[in-house]
Design a binder for this molecule. Structure first.
Ligand SMILES: NC(=O)c1ccc[n+]([C@@H]2O[C@H](COP(=O)([O-])OP(=O)(O)OC[C@H]3O[C@@H](n4cnc5c(N)ncnc54)[C@H](OP(=O)(O)O)[C@@H]3O)[C@@H](O)[C@H]2O)c1
Length: 237
């Protein structure tokens, strides 16, 4: 395993169920972690939990292109970004007769356009350094369809296609692209989703975070292009 001690990691969505636990693991391994979220109180809570100071707790809404550029520039002042982890995302799961155009658009804006803007902002620095690692979490709904997931799956399939294409562009560099396909993880993500699922049978958020922590420590001689981590079965019968 490659040490992450001293590496600069930008963790977008560091206030989430997975992100907040990941922040603690990464900081605990000696990485210099910058976390983002939209809410100052949630950021402070995640920062305190992980031992990340206020100067590295950054307010960011990833639907705001200008704010993304400013955030990336600010982190780069600390000596470049070694790893970008995008753990931000929203889940609107509704059948077509209930799904509005606004909800579809919002899902694409956050999950797909936000990811695009983040990658676009960090790539020049990584290209200059000749290396880097970008981790996204499309989830299994970026690979297989599900009833009610028209908006969410569109955003996550799009994310996968986008990152696979970018990977082709970067073939001659040492910039590595990893897509993590998680199944149901018990986190606040599910709080607003009206679906018959058994949260106690989902992957525990801490374990999902450990998978990403592991991905960050892969030696540069190889790349984990994909990882799949799913619960056995969390669909209610
Ligand atoms: N949980 C699952 O079952 C599961 C399965 C597969 C894939 N995933 C993916 O894994 C990622 C993390 O999920 P999670 O379970 O940790 O979800 P979560 O607990 O709901 O956390 C979501 C995170 O996304 C951030 N976020 C939402 N909208 C944002 C925006 N417009 N700009 C910036 N940040 C925004 C939230 O920040 P605020 O604090 O500002 O709200 C929060 O940090 C998501 O991409 C999700 O699609 C989750």
């Amino acid at each position: 395993m490659e040490t992450i001690k001293g590496k600069n990691i930008l963790l977008v969505g560091g206030t989430g169920g997975i992100g907040s636990r990941l922040a603690k693991l990464l900081a605990g391994s000696g990485a210099t972690v910058f976390i983002t979220g939209r809410n100052r109180e949630k950021l402070a809570e995640a920062g305190t939990l992980a031992g990340i100071g206020t100067e590295r707790q950054l307010i960011l809404d990833i639907t705001d292109a200008k704010a993304i550029t400013e955030t990336v520039t600010r982190v780069q002042e600390y000596g470049g970004i070694d790893i970008l982890i995008n753990a931000a995302g929203i889940g609107i799961i509704k059948p077509m007769d209930k799904l509005s155009m606004e909800e579809f658009s919002q899902t694409i804006q956050v999950n797909l356009m936000g990811s695009f803007l983040l990658v676009k902002a960090v790539l020049p620095g990584m290209k200059e350094a000749g290396k880097g690692l970008v981790i996204h979490i499309p989830g299994v709904l970026g690979k297989v369809p599900m009833a009610g997931a028209a908006a969410y799956a569109a955003s996550k399939y799009g994310l996968v296609g986008m990152m696979q294409s970018i990977r082709e562009e970067l073939k001659r560099t040492e910039i590595r692209i990893t897509n993590l396909f998680l199944g149901g993880v018990d986190s606040p993500f599910w709080d607003g989703i009206d679906l018959r699922v058994q949260r106690d049978k989902m992957v525990v958020a801490e374990e999902a975070a450990k998978a990403i922590w592991f991905l960050c420590q892969q030696p540069p001689s190889g790349v984990v292009s994909e990882m799949v981590l799913q619960p056995f079965n969390h669909q209610a019968i």
